[in-house]
Design a protein around this ligand. Structure first.
Ligand SMILES: Cc1cc2nc3c(=O)[nH]c(=O)nc-3n(C[C@H](O)[C@H](O)[C@H](O)COP(=O)(O)O)c2cc1C
Length: 349
């Protein structure tokens, strides 16, 4: 079974659904000694299969595939319709229609079959805990199962269900909170505190995620017990990433981020812009319904290059992101981490 501690560099590329993740990005990370990931979220199973084939055509190293666990609870449809009316003027402004508030499971069963068929080194899951039978079946097929957790109770449940490792996601992280529920009270843990509390309760390898954008931060999470650091935002300016132009322009500048449900109906961290400020308050917890409603207007804003209506997912440390080839970022993070650890060792004598 794949062990994150065996990587030449302690760096794992975060799966980055919605555009930034590409086979080229994953391949560059793998070739540099890290672990690349494909993000299956929002794609069809056939689309993911094509990406796996493209990735296998450019690297023979191990890689991971990440899936969204389907939501279990229903939503308040009157709140969803009220929100749809509220953002109608924004859709007009972008020259786009609003999408329909449908629920779906993101092609869950077919994507699970694909994981069984393709057997990547790692299958990681976000937004929930798959059934223990799903985890057992993947493990029997040599797919290591990693579960994203945002508090210690989730970590305990993931271990009981048979996970091989935990992706411990702090509140600093860019993009969606990956916990089992969408309750900000339960998932507001800072990364260092969460790593230590989880380490005390669960002895599984931990992959640390959230706000890690230089080697000093990589060193910090390794000291806090993580086997490797999972970085997302720090790779989004790489030429291999599919990050939209308007998004790139804001990533490397200093600027505040905030947690919001305004874009998708599920709490996520993004750079503060007009849409977030205008619609954050009272946006309903209704994923993926709100995601589908806002999707056409966000796509139109991306085409028009209007950053004010795009979901500008980014972690708190986004201003540290550098425009460098992904392989170089991975090697730099590793080298900086080693230097930081040597420096601390010397300082402590
Ligand atoms: C644009 C973007 C897309 C993301 N998509 C996914 C995803 O598909 N699956 C997932 O598990 N996490 C996703 N995340 C969260 C990352 O896996 C990771 O937790 C986060 O990037 C770590 O914080 P950082 O961005 O500060 O490095 C996404 C994050 C961003 C910024």
């Amino acid at each position: 079974m794949f062990d994150p501690g065996d990587l030449a560099e302690p760096i794992i590329q975060a799966p980055l659904a919605g555009g930034p993740s590409t086979p080229a990005l994953a391949s560059a990370v793998c070739e540099a000694g890290g672990l690349g990931f494909l993000a299956a979220g929002y794609k069809t199973a056939d689309g993911v299969q094509e990406e796996i084939e493209a990735l296998r055509g450019s690297t023979s190293r191990p890689f991971g595939v990440n899936l969204f666990v389907p939501p279990k609870s229903g939503v308040d449809s009157s709140a969803v319709h009220a929100y749809r009316e509220r953002i109608a003027t924004e859709a007009e402004r972008q020259g786009a229609d609003l999408g329909e508030p449908r629920s779906d499971d993101d092609d869950w069963e077919r994507k699970l079959e694909l994981l069984q068929q393709e057997s990547p080194a790692v299958g990681s899951f976000t937004f929930g805990l798959p059934e223990a039978s799903v985890i057992d079946a993947l493990r029997a097929n040599a797919v290591a199962v990693w579960i994203t957790v945002t508090n210690a109770d989730e970590a305990v449940r993931a271990r009981e269900a048979g996970a091989d490792a935990l992706v411990v996601q702090g509140v600093e992280a860019g993009g969606h909170r990956g916990g089992f529920s969408d309750d900000p009270e339960e998932s507001g843990w800072g990364l260092l505190a969460l790593l230590r509390v989880v380490a005390r309760r669960v002895s599984l390898p931990m992959i640390a995620a959230g706000g890690i954008a230089d080697g000093q931060a990589v060193a910090a999470v390794l000291c806090a017990g993580a086997s490797a650091a999972q970085v997302g935002t720090a790779l989004m300016l790489a030429p291999e990433a599919g990050t939209a132009k308007a998004h790139r322009e804001l990533l490397s500048k200093a600027g505040p981020t905030r947690l919001t449900r305004a874009f998708t109906g599920r709490t996520a961290r993004g750079i503060v812009n007009r849409f977030l400020l205008e619609h954050n308050e009272g946006a309903p917890a209704a994923y993926p319904e709100i995601h589908h409603i806002t999707s056409p207007l966000r796509a139109a804003a991306r085409r028009r290059g209007d950053p004010e209506a795009i979901n500008l997912w980014a972690g708190q440390a986004h201003e540290l992101a550098q425009k460098l080839p992904a392989g170089e970022i991975v090697r730099r993070l590793g080298a900086e981490a080693r230097a930081a650890l040597a420096d601390v060792d010397q300082r402590l004598g």
